[in-house]
Design a protein around this ligand. Structure first.
Ligand code: NDP
Ligand code: DGY
Length: 315
């Protein structure tokens, strides 16, 4: 069957040029544009052979079971904690993602958050805009130079963050599932212990049940009143209530967040704090990276339906 007769269900969009390419190559259902998505799904459920998803669109058992001819889920993103792998494996459904191409941009965002917190960048910007400059002194920041940063998850993004922070003369230590023999940076198997030894804790691990709330009240207490938390991983990695409590009660110095427990909802108390920098999940959000991510999604769909090996297979 030619691809133009195959139906792909887009739960979320690619950038417009890649959506246009998708539409010339496959029958495309833009579920995210439908006023009644359930009704739209019922109308095409037997035709759908591929899904385009992103980390914000759950691909759970209910959806998978509703699509009897589904063959492939192509994720527009690297993290795949929104996908039910038990359900995809049972049916032999392929899953692909977009690793590597977003590593540098996401690492840049982690470093931007760390620097923004340390040097009070957002606060200083506001200081100028509201006319405080010249009327009262701007509070001083702290230097990252010579400080210790603990990276949780020294994978592709974690390593790219480490590389950047070494250039800022920071000392790198890390926590993960196991020590990496090829790396000289000190490894901590105990996250709480690492937090106690760090000035900054930067989260770059994968989400999902294994990392759920590994940053809890005890870890934040260990990070201490001079310690900063940066999270570009997933909101689920942090106990968000404990984080708000630690910030309100000044048990940590500040937090820079790109991800949250219930996106796009951000706890209101965080929005009023000067020592918190809030980003709307923009780790990979550059034109260049989102374009190549879209191309990878298209290439995986094309490969799958022409019987070629997948470019970036997850499972
Ligand atoms: P990798 O697979 O290369 O790295 C994942 C890391 O997570 C590994 O270092 C792994 O440790 C660690 N990890 C896994 N399980 C645990 C655990 N139980 N405890 C501690 N560490 C653990 O993925 P990437 O670096 O490419 O991406 C990492 C994550 O970043 C993504 O899964 C996604 O959630 C997030 N992300 C966020 C973006 C944003 O926009 N904010 C953009 C892109 C990604 P080990 O090395 O020991 O295996
Ligand atoms: C990812 O790729 O996992 C990010 O969260 C979204 O780009």
């Amino acid at each position: 069957m030619p691809n133009t007769q195959r139906t792909v269900l887009a739960l979320s969009p690619l950038l417009p040029p890649e959506m246009a390419k998708l539409e010339t190559r496959f029958k495309t259902v833009r579920l995210y544009n439908e006023s009644d998505p359930e009704k739209a799904l019922q109308a095409v459920k037997n035709d759908v052979v591929g899904i385009i998803s992103n980390p914000a669109t759950p691909v759970r058992r209910g959806l998978i079971e509703a699509l009897p001819n589904l063959e492939i889920v192509t994720q527009f993103g690297v993290g795949v904690d929104n996908i039910d792998f038990e359900a995809t494996r049972e049916r032999g459904i392929a899953v692909t993602n977009t690793p590597d191409v977003l590593t540098d941009d996401t690492a840049d965002i982690a470093v931007s958050l760390l620097l923004s917190l340390s040097r009070r960048i957002c606060e200083a910007d506001m200081f100028v805009r509201v006319g405080k400059w010249g009327t009262t002194p701007m509070p001083l920041g702290v230097t990252p130079k010579g400080k210790t940063v603990g990276i949780v998850g020294l994978g592709r993004i974690g390593k790219a963050i480490a590389k950047r922070l070494v250039a800022f003369d920071m000392r790198v230590v890390y926590h993960g599932r196991k020590q990496k023999a090829e790396l000289a940076w000190p490894f901590y198997s105990d996250l709480e212990k690492m937090a106690a030894d760090c000035d900054y804790l930067v989260l770059a691990c994968s989400g999902g049940p294994d990392t759920y709330h590994i940053v809890n009240a005890r870890v934040l207490e260990a990070l201490g009143p001079k310690g900063y938390l940066v999270n570009v991983a997933r909101g689920s990695v942090v106990d968000e209530e404990a984080l708000v409590d630690a910030l309100v009660n000044k048990r940590i110095a500040g937090a820079g967040l790109d991800v949250y427990a219930h996106e796009p909802n951000v706890p209101d108390p965080l929005k009023t704090m000067d020592n918190v920098v809030l980003l709307p999940h923009i780790g990979s959000a550059t034109v260049e990276t989102r374009t190549i991510m879209g191309e990878i999604v298209l290439a995986n769909l094309e490969s799958h339906f022409s019987g070629k090996p997948l470019i970036t297979k997850v499972a």
